[in-house]
Design a protein around this ligand. Structure first.
Ligand SMILES: [Zn+2]
Ligand SMILES: [Zn+2]
Length: 285
């Protein structure tokens, strides 16, 4: 059969080995049954990819504050045995976060460009706003956000970055050495704040929700976006842990997130297009 006469299915089915059907010398069904016999057809990763329904249940039993359990302070995963390191600051870091730590300005800028582009595509927004990305050390972040860190075996939620508006425009500060996934989450969160600064009318929001609820309106949405972004890029386990941790938080982040999550159910898959808080800049909640 000529190449151009093949259907797309025939062209792309690698089991046809270039032909138009499975070669008779290969028992595909039998091979699959054989591999299934070793449990290779039902590993957790494969099942997670199968459907949104399955993705929904990853880390379902995750609890953020189990007694005697160590958690990575960067991705909040449970760390077992000796598979973690303790930093000078007392923070605990899993090996995956250690090995993906971002070190150079170039790495940061490349990652930032990617997240910026994805934010526009995922949420259908325009982020054509000049932003200076700055890489700073942990103590500078702590100083600038007025945060105090007392490390514990549990997950110590802390800020890995923040956005700032001053006379020079917008800046995004991210902690030097952040693991890649934590940096991505921080960038999505902080870019949401920058979008809010540009697109929201504070006077209108104060009239609508009251001055004391402003932080909830801002942070609840930023948390919602951060988690939905992680789901879109298929970081389901990390996203689910963040979701559970945030639902347990009794502060503006937690309370705000619960409200946004009710109004805009999270999409546990890669399909974009559902209504998001970005659609309603006059009344996000
Ligand atoms: Zn980690
Ligand atoms: Zn925030």
């Amino acid at each position: 059969m000529m190449e151009e006469n093949k259907t797309p299915y025939q062209k792309h089915n690698f089991l046809f080995f270039g032909g138009v059907q499975e070669p008779s010398s290969i028992d595909v069904g039998g091979t699959i049954a054989y591999l299934d016999g070793f449990g290779l057809g039902s590993n957790p990763l494969e099942q997670a990819r199968k459907s949104e329904e399955n993705a929904l249940h990853i880390e379902d039993n995750y609890l953020p504050d189990r007694e005697g359990v160590h958690y990575c302070d960067f991705c909040a995963a449970v760390i077992t045995g000796v598979e973690y390191e303790v930093l000078d600051s007392g923070l605990e870091r899993c090996l995956q976060c250690a090995s993906s730590a971002l070190r150079t300005q170039e790495q940061f800028v490349a990652l930032y460009k990617k997240v910026h582009q994805n934010m526009e595509a995922f949420f259908g927004i325009n982020l054509n706003i000049p932003v200076t990305v700055r890489m700073v050390n942990a103590s500078k972040i702590a100083k600038m956000t007025g945060m105090r860190l007392v490390p514990s075996p549990g997950f110590d939620p802390r800020v890995l970055g923040f956005a700032r508006r001053d006379k020079n425009g917008f800046s995004l500060y991210i902690e030097n050495g952040s693991p890649k996934i934590a940096a991505v989450a921080t960038m999505a969160h902080e870019l949401t704040h920058i979008w809010q600064y540009v697109n929201w009318n504070d006077k209108l929001l104060v009239r609508q929700y009251g001055a004391r609820n402003q932080l909830e309106i801002y942070e609840g949405m930023a948390k919602w976006v951060e988690i939905q972004y992680l789901l879109y890029i298929n970081e389901i386990a990390y996203a689910k842990r963040q979701e559970i941790i945030t639902l347990h938080r009794d502060d503006e982040y937690g309370r705000g997130f619960i409200k946004y999550r009710m109004r805009y159910p999270l999409t546990y898959g890669t399909e974009i297009g559902a209504e998001t808080p970005f659609c309603n800049s006059k009344a996000p909640l």
